[in-house]
Design a protein around this ligand. Structure first.
Ligand code: NAD
Length: 297
């Protein structure tokens, strides 16, 4: 039976979408999932949910649609392109794009949906798979405050810090900029490890020093030891998605007429690394790429 929020369609049950949709389901909302992958649909079924292969079928009759897809281009295609899921929605439905999409494209999509009397807010997330499972994600919500208030109980089931960023598209802008800063911190930490190792310093000792010193960042704290020094490279966030986020940050700067050399260099580096290591590479494998490029291996 549908709850007070109506039925929720959750489209994209991947590394992040599966635990996020599961949190909403466990909070007692009525959720119907969709994913192209049969493995993803089976994983949601194992959590007690129902999922379709066609997003349009999940969206049929839903009052809220949450998208957690690889890119804004795919979100657009699912809603208004080949997927045409927006056509299955009633007037007054609300779309919550939690994917990391491109901000100006999000604004354009919101305008097109508004013409169909469908609302859109952007609510991308940070925190990775672990915090998605725990329901402690950081959520950056952009758009009409009334829309955000309407889905607030649903966001609360997935996140701990829910920050209102401004008009529609601003959440996606902040998310891309966050990932630029995150990628820069990870790159710096990896390069520091490579240099320390060559000098004869134990990389574990370097990371311990960074974590109690001014070089500390999220990557030194939660990525270097578990995923990089251990060589597991299993953070659950792909290199291709990180490279996309860096291109989004760089394109935003360009669209605003700003020169941002650091972001441009980072986007080029991560795009080249992603092309070299392939679509299955985890983003922490940037260490492997930097190691090879540095001549240390
Ligand atoms: P993922 O590749 O694991 O999941 C994406 C899912 O979307 C897949 O299951 C795929 O089958 C499905 N999909 C793709 N096209 C589809 C379509 N047309 N119709 C229905 N389903 C479709 O990706 P992810 O790691 O879960 O990331 C999802 C989004 O969240 C991305 O925008 C990413 O940048 C962002 N993000 C990821 C992380 C992370 O740690 N993995 C953290 C924060 C944000």
């Amino acid at each position: 039976m549908d709850g007070p929020a109506g039925r929720i369609a959750f489209i994209g049950l991947g590394m992040m979408g599966l635990p996020m949709a599961t949190r909403i389901l466990e909070a007692g909302f009525s959720v119907c999932g969709a994913d192209l992958s049969s493995e993803a649909r089976s994983a949601f079924a194992a959590k007690g949910g129902t999922a379709f292969d066609m997003p349009r079928r999940a969206a049929d009759g839903a009052s809220i649609v949450i998208t957690m897809l690889p890119s804004g281009a795919i979100v657009r295609d699912v809603l208004l392109g080949g997927g045409d899921a927006a056509a299955a929605l009633r007037a007054g439905a609300l779309i919550v794009d939690m994917s990391s999409s491109a901000p100006l494209e999000t604004r354009r999509l919101a305008e097109q949906l508004a013409a169909l009397d469908i609302g859109l807010i952007d609510a991308p997330v940070s925190g990775g798979v672990r915090r998605a499972v725990d329901g402690t994600l950081a959520i950056m919500a952009g758009g009409d405050g009334r829309h955000i208030a309407r889905v607030r109980p649903i966001l609360d089931a997935m996140g701990k810090d829910i920050i209102l960023t401004g008009p529609v598209g601003s959440g996606h802008a902040v998310k891309a900029l966050n990932n630029y800063v995150s990628a820069a911190g990870l790159q710096a930490a990896c390069e520091a490890v490579l240099i320390a190792e060559k000098f004869g310093v134990d990389p574990g000792v370097l990371v311990e020093v960074l974590n109690v010193s001014t070089g500390r960042n999220n990557s030194t704290e939660v990525k270097m030891k578990p995923f990089i020094l251990s060589r597991t490279f299993a953070s659950g966030f792909s290199m291709a998605l990180m490279a996309k986020d860096l291109r989004t940050a760089t394109e935003l700067a360009e669209q605003l007429g700003l020169s941002a050399a650091g972001a441009r260099d980072a986007a080029a580096l991560w795009s080249t690394a992603s092309a070299a290591l392939g679509t299955s590479a985890d983003h922490t494998e940037i260490y492997r790429y930097l190691a090879a490029a540095s001549g240390s291996q």
